[in-house]
Ligand binder design. Sequence first.
Ligand SMILES: CC(C)(COP(=O)(O)OP(=O)(O)OC[C@H]1O[C@@H](n2cnc3c(N)ncnc32)[C@H](O)[C@@H]1OP(=O)(O)O)[C@@H](O)C(=O)NCCC(=O)NCCS
Length: 298
Amino acid sequence: MLIRQLQDTAADAETVRAISRNTFRDPAAVTPGAPETPEPPESPDAAARIQQLAWIRHLVRTDPEGCWIAEQNGSAIGAALSIRREGVWILAFFAVLPSAQGKGVGRLLLERAAEHGRGCLRGLICASPSPAAARRYRQAGFTLHPTMRLTGKVDRAGLLDPGDIPVHPGSAVHTHLLDSVDRRTRGSAHGPDHAFMLAHYDELLIADTLAGSGYCYRDGGTVKLLAATSKRIATRLLREALARVPDGEEAVVGFLTAEQEWAVDVGLEVGLSLETRGYLAVRGMRPPTPYIPSGGFL
Ligand SMILES: CC(C)(COP(=O)(O)OP(=O)(O)OC[C@H]1O[C@@H](n2cnc3c(N)ncnc32)[C@H](O)[C@@H]1OP(=O)(O)O)[C@@H](O)C(=O)NCCC(=O)NCCS
């Protein structure tokens, strides 16, 4: 087996995407160690495909030394993509094909990616419910905080009162504000990741008042990332983001630890369903709050 650094090429991005499609499908349909079944049909959502490829290339471009791929006989079998942002090491993607799982490939990939985080006292991962992933992360010194996910159709009757904190659309001119809120909440700015999110997500919402500041990215029905200096501002932003989910789309708010009860309350108020799913894995820090992490950038 060969483990090599990913290149910022369309071919490598497509390879990581293929690993993702073949690994993160219905867990009931894949058995670790079994031979690979044919690839699931390509999603009809071309925009989602383009966004995922651009995300992979963004990670490889900003952090080439954090992004690794494992190959067996010339075929890719797994990948780990990680980034470093102001002293925080972030694992953004980690997957091994079902046929190659449970043989130590994940451990080797994670070791390579973690070398990129050397010197970072803090670490963050949005972890799937996979028991193998949980084992790897705990063994790497991460504390696992179980997370909840809200999904469903937004009941707009629960959103009639907009509240007294003004919220307005944001753009690249707000980058300093975004980075400042990041530093206050998670201890490190997203930096170049804001340019990606601004370019690829439907909208950025900003609240900036004397009482505090915050922001929220929404893409379709998904609340991608929210950070604020107070629960009051965070609540207002989440309500506004959910109010703007297009009719007919399912809302999704994920990776909520028990610290984010303010978000759970907003979701329940507007009729979303709550379930447990995955973990927020942290090292050298507490879960940021008030904060809804982005799966792709934390
Ligand atoms: C998580 C993942 C990348 C790990 O890759 P891998 O090659 O299977 O990992 P390894 O073989 O190095 O290690 C897996 C560990 O979990 C253990 N394990 C595997 N299945 C397990 C289970 N069902 N319950 C408990 N432990 C389990 C293995 O014994 C091994 O532990 P050990 O090395 O201490 O013996 C891979 O399983 C995967 O792609 N899972 C699905 C996608 C996913 O959820 N990715 C994580 C996103 S956050």
